[in-house]
Design a protein around this ligand. Structure first.
Ligand SMILES: NC(=O)c1ccc[n+]([C@@H]2O[C@H](COP(=O)([O-])OP(=O)(O)OC[C@H]3O[C@@H](n4cnc5c(N)ncnc54)[C@H](O)[C@@H]3O)[C@@H](O)[C@H]2O)c1
Length: 435
């Protein structure tokens, strides 16, 4: 490993997931199985990717853990909150993502992971009706209770560091209100005034994490940390934040395919994306107010890749529509269809059809692992606030929209950003400019 100023990954790392549903239990089970040598962490960049690094004229290809000090899987301790009381074993079996034979070898560890009571408000996820909730708390009391949960978790497990990751249901859409969401003082005042319309429960989790010095990751499209008050607090507390929304099935394909059109200067008339899924996530998203949050995040992907202002002839007037349909028979085995109407030489029209039979949580689990390990790394490397190098893993990457910054959605540019950040943190040359 080259010279770097990163604090070592000594001691145990706690990962607290908000939500112990399909994604979280698939992630936890996979890590527990991998560390017993019973499964392979396929799809995880931190565990399998190797990148080219150069220093003082010498070039080699190294795994992430050989470039920067990453927490080994064996040093992770898991905890969670959920509105349902099921432990991680029960929840993994309920989710029906993994086969019993891939769960039972780590049954004992999973049984030990019992969710702490949730800071929950049914107005934010009407389709969830669990009993494992903190009763009758104001928003500020939620923050205080969650802070205590984090402290207890840290102490009971003798943890060096803790990362908090939201893998809970998508909340209803909360629009940014500058009067409440733009400064830490205003946000805290609204929490203390128990403003239940503009303060989502997820904001209480994020605030508690920041105040406890824990990196926070937003795996759903919720507004939560995507507001200036959170950015400022994250900088103030020297904590990395990342979001929003794990980039998994259809959006992964979209951010990988759209660059083909742009790179070859092919035009776009329309992009229709639809999918069916039948897990609990699909049930929550069947509620229009919750779907709207997802829709906003899914629609944003194309705008910066196929930029109508930069190239009005090709991308000035395309129709982009996204649909999610709850269809119980499919469970977690989502199927998505993309119909892309494009045009080429002399305006001649063509079509591309993509039919992806994916497994949502199988794609999300490695993304969650990488986000947790890399946020922990970022904190030890002294990188605070919005972590743009993690855009690779996210559907609607956070960016400073107040200053007019544009997010990077192109998968390959995002990969270059990720690799350059690792090179820089590891003390190697940053050799892939973005253009
Ligand atoms: N699977 C993917 O590919 C993917 C991709 C992008 C984003 N996501 C997002 O990840 C999240 C989790 O997905 P999932 O499939 O695991 O869903 P899931 O329904 O299986 O699990 C979510 C869990 O969150 C719990 N929950 C809801 N509100 C809570 C709160 N306030 N506090 C604590 N727990 C709470 C629910 O009780 C539920 O058990 C969703 O928001 C989903 O949109 C998933």
């Amino acid at each position: 490993m080259a010279q770097s100023n990163i604090r070592p990954a000594s001691g145990k790392l706690g990962i607290l997931t908000v939500g112990l549903g399909a994604v979280s239990t698939t992630f936890i089970t996979g890590v527990l199985m991998a560390r017993k040598g019973l499964a392979k962490p396929v799809g995880s960049m931190t565990q399998t990717d190797r990148i080219r690094v150069s220093r003082e004229g010498r070039t080699e290809r190294l795994a992430y853990g050989d470039i920067v000090p990453l927490t080994p899987l064996s040093d992770i301790v898991f905890g969670a909150w959920d509105a349902y009381p099921a432990n991680a074993l029960q929840s993994a079996l309920f989710a029906e993502v993994l086969k019993r034979e891939d769960i039972m070898p780590v049954k004992d560890e999973l049984e030990q992971i019992r969710p702490m009571t949730a800071a929950f408000d049914r107005d934010y996820a009407r389709r969830i009706d669990g009993s494992n909730v903190k009763p009758g708390l104001t928003r500020w009391q939620m923050v205080e209770a969650l802070r205590e949960d984090i402290r207890n978790f840290r102490q009971e497990n003798n943890l060096e560091r803790v990362v908090v990751a939201w893998a809970a249901s998508t909340e209803i859409y909360v629009e940014r209100d500058p009067a409440v969401h733009d400064t830490p003082e205003a946000l805290e005042a609204a929490m203390k005034a128990d403003d239940r319309v503009r303060i989502a429960p997820s904001m209480c989790y994020a605030w508690a994490a920041l105040l406890e010095g824990c990196p926070f990751i937003m795996g759903a499209p919720n507004t939560t940390v995507d507001i200036p008050a959170m950015w400022t607090m994250a900088e103030r507390m020297r904590v990395p934040i990342a979001g929003k929304d794990f980039k998994t099935g259809q959006t992964l394909v979209k951010s990988g395919f759209a660059p083909i059109l742009r790179t070859r200067c092919l035009g776009l008339d329309g992009w229709f994306s639809t999918n069916i899924l039948g897990n609990r996530d699909g049930l929550v998203l069947d509620e229009p107010a919750n779907f709207h949050t997802k829709e906003v995040s899914k629609l944003s992907t194309l705008e910066t890749i196929l930029d109508g202002e930069e190239n009005p002839e090709l991308y000035g007037d395309y129709f982009h529509k996204v649909r999610i349909n709850y269809y119980p028979p499919r469970g977690d085995a989502k199927e998505s269809w993309d119909n892309i109407d494009i045009f080429g030489w002399m305006g001649y029209k063509m079509q591309v059809k993509i039919n992806f039979l994916c497994r949502d949580s199988i794609l999300a689990a490695p993304v969650l692992l990488d986000l947790c390990l890399l946020s922990d790394l970022a904190q030890r490397a002294g990188r605070w606030g919005i972590q743009r190098f993690l855009s690779f893993f996210l559907k609607a990457p956070m960016h400073d929209y107040l200053s007019g910054e544009q997010p990077v959605n192109d998968l390959y540019q995002q990969y270059a950003m990720l690799k350059n950040a690792l090179r820089e943190m590891g003390g190697y040359d940053a050799d892939q400019p973005l253009d």
